[in-house]
Design a binder for this molecule. Structure first.
Ligand code: AP5
Length: 238
């Protein structure tokens, strides 16, 4: 599917500039990051998924993070930064990577700048996925995730072929604990307070590209690949 919608010239060849997807909860960051990772052959680093994975495995980090997540609050910077720093140092990140849900505070963005320059990466390409607030609630309350592989569905807009079962591996589809309305409100408030300033931080360096997240998933994917291909071509010749 991914290859069919990809613009000419895209191949699983890595990306010279790390790509950051930033946007409100439910904007489609996870859905789109998986497509980029598959097409360009780079890892998808989602801090939310990493925390959920830690929690499933019962680690201390997972239990600590879950308490913040269930309240819709951000996990403290030092925990997130240490986790990402370790992950980026792994060999599969050498050809580039796509970040989803990180950085979410200006302090995280500053820490990432240092990590990237120490490791010799180019400045990131920051893609701001925009979504009309009216759509956010529908996207989040309708979301279901596969317990096995993390595949993302939406009971209204992207339903599985068989109710409550993943198309890919038949895994059970579940609702995230933080997709309840009262938690969603807190997550949106945290986004407004801490994450919007991150967009401004990168805008000052002219690193941000806007992406309309309201179209059908394939339409958004196509626009996203086009931005990356255009920017990466230029980025790789810097
Ligand atoms: P995280 O897991 O990152 O959640 P989020 O940023 O709130 O984003 P979501 O995963 O809710 O949305 P998404 O944009 O990925 O949308 P999706 O593709 O799933 O973080 C969770 C928590 O972890 C945070 O609250 C915080 O506590 C903690 N945390 C994580 N990172 C942290 C950090 N760096 N610092 C501190 N704390 C951190 O799509 C949503 C739905 O819409 C799905 O149902 C999907 O099927 C559907 N959909 C997607 N695209 C479309 C489309 N184009 N048309 C129709 N439906 C669509």
């Amino acid at each position: 599917d991914d290859i069919r919608v990809a613009p000419q010239g895209s191949a699983a060849k890595g990306i010279p500039r790390p790509v950051i997807l930033i946007g409100p909860p439910g904007a489609g960051k996870g859905t789109q990051a998986k497509k980029v990772a598959a097409l360009y052959g780079v890892p998808h680093l989602s801090t939310g998924d990493m925390f959920r994975d830690h929690f499933r495995r019962g680690t201390e980090l997972g239990v600590r993070a879950k308490a913040f997540m269930d309240r819709g609050e951000l996990v403290p910077d030092e925990i997130v930064v240490a986790m990402i720093e370790q992950r980026i140092a792994e060999p599969d990140c050498a050809k580039g990577f796509i970040l989803d849900g990180f950085p979410r505070t200006v302090a995280q963005a500053e820490a990432l700048d240092q990590m990237l320059s120490r490791a010799g990466f180019l400045e990131p390409l920051v893609i701001h996925v925009k979504l009309d607030p009216a759509l956010i609630l529908r996207r989040l309350t309708g979301r279901r995730m596969c317990k096995v592989g993390g595949e993302i569905y939406n009971i209204y807009d992207c339903p599985p072929k068989t109710p409550d079962r993943c198309d890919r591996d038949g895994g059970e589809l579940v609702q995230r604990d933080d997709d309840r309305e009262e938690v969603i409100r807190e997550r949106l408030a945290a986004y407004h307070e801490y994450t919007e300033p991150v967009i401004a931080y990168y805008k000052r360096r002219d690193l941000v590209e806007d992406l309309d997240g309201s179209g059908a998933p394939e339409v958004v994917t196509h626009a996203l690949f086009a931005v990356i291909d255009r920017k990466e071509e230029r980025g790789s010749h810097l």
